[in-house]
Design a protein around this ligand. Structure first.
Ligand code: C5P
Length: 227
């Protein structure tokens, strides 16, 4: 069997990573969560007081980029690769609502994107990869053999994210989460560099009314067809 690149893009909290992880496991492929990379850069910016409600020291962040090293290490127990920022596992820390509130501003900076995309290209060299994000099928791997574009209503997505955050013990309200989902989609879709766009050859999956199983069956069939 030949190895392919599977690109999964779409709006925030559409369950891209859940499907991508499952798919990678069944196909024996590597899963790369590119959102985790932008989140880790955002965590660095927060830790170094480069971003807050009042200001964003964009130039300083750009100057700091050589000091930001990201790596993925496979966690056999969890079955996927976790992200490390300068040697520290930050998989949990990058999933907070605080990071979500700033990540789209950070991800809109072309210099930040350029560095992440270079690393993403390296991951895809050998193919056999499932990568999820916002610009994978359009910018990172426009040659990907299978492209999916995931979407669902903002309310459905916010509800899923809200349940996840509550389960992790974060004190958030549904309204805050809904606001975050909408604002990220807006910034991600309207930025100049690599906006969130549906590739013309992407298969659209609206999962508002689909169970995980239904989605997975459909996507696995598409993948097998493409391989
Ligand atoms: O996928 P996730 O929701 O974790 O992504 C967090 C944020 O990272 C997105 O809202 C977007 O601003 C940014 N992102 C991006 N390009 C990607 C993946 C994520 O700009 N390929």
């Amino acid at each position: 069997l030949s190895k392919i690149i599977i690109a999964i893009d779409g709006y925030s909290s559409t369950g891209k990573s859940t499907i991508a992880k499952q798919l990678a496991k069944v196909l024996g492929y590597v899963y790369v969560d590119t959102g985790a990379m932008y989140r880790a850069v955002t965590l660095y910016a927060l830790q170094h007081d480069l971003i807050s409600k009042d200001e964003f020291l964009k130039e300083k962040l750009i100057e700091s980029l050589p000091d930001i090293q990201l790596q993925f290490h496979f966690n056999a127990e969890k079955g996927f690769a976790e992200i490390y920022l300068n040697g520290k596992n930050v998989e949990e820390k990058i999933r907070t609502l605080e990071v979500s509130n700033y990540v789209s501003q950070v991800a809109a900076v072309p210099e930040v994107r350029k560095k992440q995309v270079e690393q993403q290209h390296k991951f895809g060299k050998e193919k056999g990869i499932v990568m999820d994000g916002r610009d994978i099928g359009t910018v990172v791997f426009p040659e990907a053999e299978l492209k999916l574009f995931m979407t669902a209503s903002a309310e459905t997505r916010a509800q899923r994210r809200y349940d996840e955050l509550l389960q992790k013990g974060e004190k958030v309200t549904f309204e805050e989460v809904l606001e975050n989902v909408k604002s990220r989609d807006h910034i991600d879709s309207t930025r100049k560099d690599s906006p969130l766009l549906q590739a013309p050859d992407a298969v659209v999956i609206d999962n508002s009314e689909m169970s995980l199983n239904e989605q997975f069956e459909k996507i696995l069939a598409l993948a097998k067809n493409a391989i």
